[in-house]
Design a protein around this ligand. Structure first.
Ligand SMILES: NC(=O)C1=CN([C@@H]2O[C@H](COP(=O)(O)OP(=O)(O)OC[C@H]3O[C@@H](n4cnc5c(N)ncnc54)[C@H](O)[C@@H]3O)[C@@H](O)[C@H]2O)C=CC1
Ligand SMILES: O=C(O)C(=O)Cc1c[nH]c2ccccc12
Length: 353
């Protein structure tokens, strides 16, 4: 990968390689854009197969955060960090060393809990830096709010697709029963939805089967289920050339980041297959909305209203995509770019004045 070329093309401001021998740590902090505010994005720990895969993930996830904040009208920029490690090798020393790197950015980057990082890990990182959010638990953590946002997104997609507000009796396939997936299943079950679920963890699938009467399938069988909606709530890259031909769902609406393996190619393939795709960084904005509000002083009404906006934002994006014959992914990118461009012009005018 040509690093500077890639970074320039994707529009990143800064990429930090954080490393240390004792404790052993390798992490990448990617700051995509700070026009709207400090770069916000949670930290993921993952045993990437190589460093290029880690960099790619950090670059794409951080750019997604810029779009996410912009579409949700949150005055924050986009960033994301990845720690390259096996979850079993995670140590407090490693997390504290990482916290010192975050602190060195003096608030240009604000982070929290993502995949393979627990609330306790975030508290450990917090021993070294104040630029960590989402652990006060004043608001119950970001996952339940993210799930609520995804649930609202599903309703918006159903309304656009089938002109009905009634989702009762529909079937949803949920991939991944983690913090978000479990909460989403509860909302869906309470609203009369039939569930088909998959997770590598048989404990998690057994629990959701027991609680909500879900049908459990093998992880590689989740794509081909005869369902109305497919909800990816595990990892990214799952909408690709192997999985698209298997899909029977007419709507994709889930929490996972970077769902499209190749945004242009696979976004277009979904249009051709007449599948309505809810852009991931629009539908999964509940988390950033929640932690941002926690940071500025949590007011439940305000946070709730912003999450509810996900519904209207998605409807607006579906309409733009339809009117302009572009993918929903491109429509949401345009919305974000317009907002960022406007802020940039305002900033420059302020500097010039
Ligand atoms: N937690 C939050 O507030 C937010 C989460 N997200 C994204 O949503 C996704 C889920 O987040 P969490 O629930 O917090 O993560 P989590 O780590 O709690 O849960 C992920 C679950 O997916 C399962 N899984 C992994 N690969 C799978 C596969 N191929 N098939 C079936 N199951 C698989 C894992 O076993 C785990 O149970 C992630 O991509 C995350 O980046 C996005 C915005 C906010
Ligand atoms: O939507 C995402 O991918 C996020 O990273 C959201 C998020 C969850 N916890 C956080 C803590 C600080 C900044 C963002 C987040």
């Amino acid at each position: 990968m040509q690093l500077f070329e890639t970074v320039r093309e994707m529009g990143h401001e800064q990429v930090l390689y954080c490393h240390g021998k004792n404790p052993d740590i390798r992490a990448i902090i990617a700051i995509h854009d700070t026009t709207l505010g400090p770069a916000m994005g949670a930290t993921r720990l993952y045993p990437y197969i190589n460093e290029e895969a880690a960099l790619r993930d950090a670059l794409r996830l951080s750019r997604g955060m810029t779009y996410k904040a912009a579409c949700a009208n949150i005055p924050a920029g986009g960033g994301k960090a990845v720690i390259i490690a096996n979850p079993e090798d995670k140590t407090d020393e490693m997390l504290r060393a990482y916290g010192r790197f975050v602190e060195s950015l003096k608030g240009r980057f604000i982070t929290g809990q993502d995949v393979n990082i627990t609330p306790q890990d975030v508290r450990t990182i917090k021993q070294e830096t104040n630029y960590v959010v989402g652990v006060e638990e004043k608001s119950g953590g970001p996952a339940p709010i993210t799930a609520l946002g995804v649930f609202l997104g599903i309703k918006a997609a159903v309304e656009f697709r089938w002109q009905t507000k009634n989702i009762e009796g529909m079937t949803v396939a949920v991939q991944g029963l983690g913090n978000v997936g479990q909460n989403l299943c509860r909302h869906l079950h309470e609203n009369g939805i039939k569930l088909i679920v998959a997770d590598f963890s048989s404990e998690k699938t057994a629990e959701i089967k027991h609680l909500f009467g879900a049908t459990v399938v093998e992880p590689d069988e989740i794509y081909s289920q005869n369902v109305d909606i497919f909800s990816p709530c595990a990892m990214g890259g799952i909408i690709n050339s192997q999985t698209i031909p298997q899909l029977q769902a007419k709507i994709i609406a889930g929490a996972a980041n970077n769902q499209l393996d190749n945004e242009r190619l696979h976004g277009q393939r979904l249009v051709e297959k007449d599948i309505l795709y809810c852009p991931d960084y629009v539908i999964n904005a509940g988390g950033i909305i929640n932690v941002y509000n926690e940071m500025i002083g949590y007011e439940e009404d305000k946070a709730f209203k912003q999450v509810n906006n996900i519904y209207d934002t998605l409807l607006a994006i579906f309409n733009i995509a339809q009117q302009q014959s572009i993918t929903t992914n491109d429509a949401s990118k345009r919305l974000a770019d317009e907002r960022i461009m406007k802020a940039r012009i305002n900033k420059n005018q302020l500097i010039a004045a």
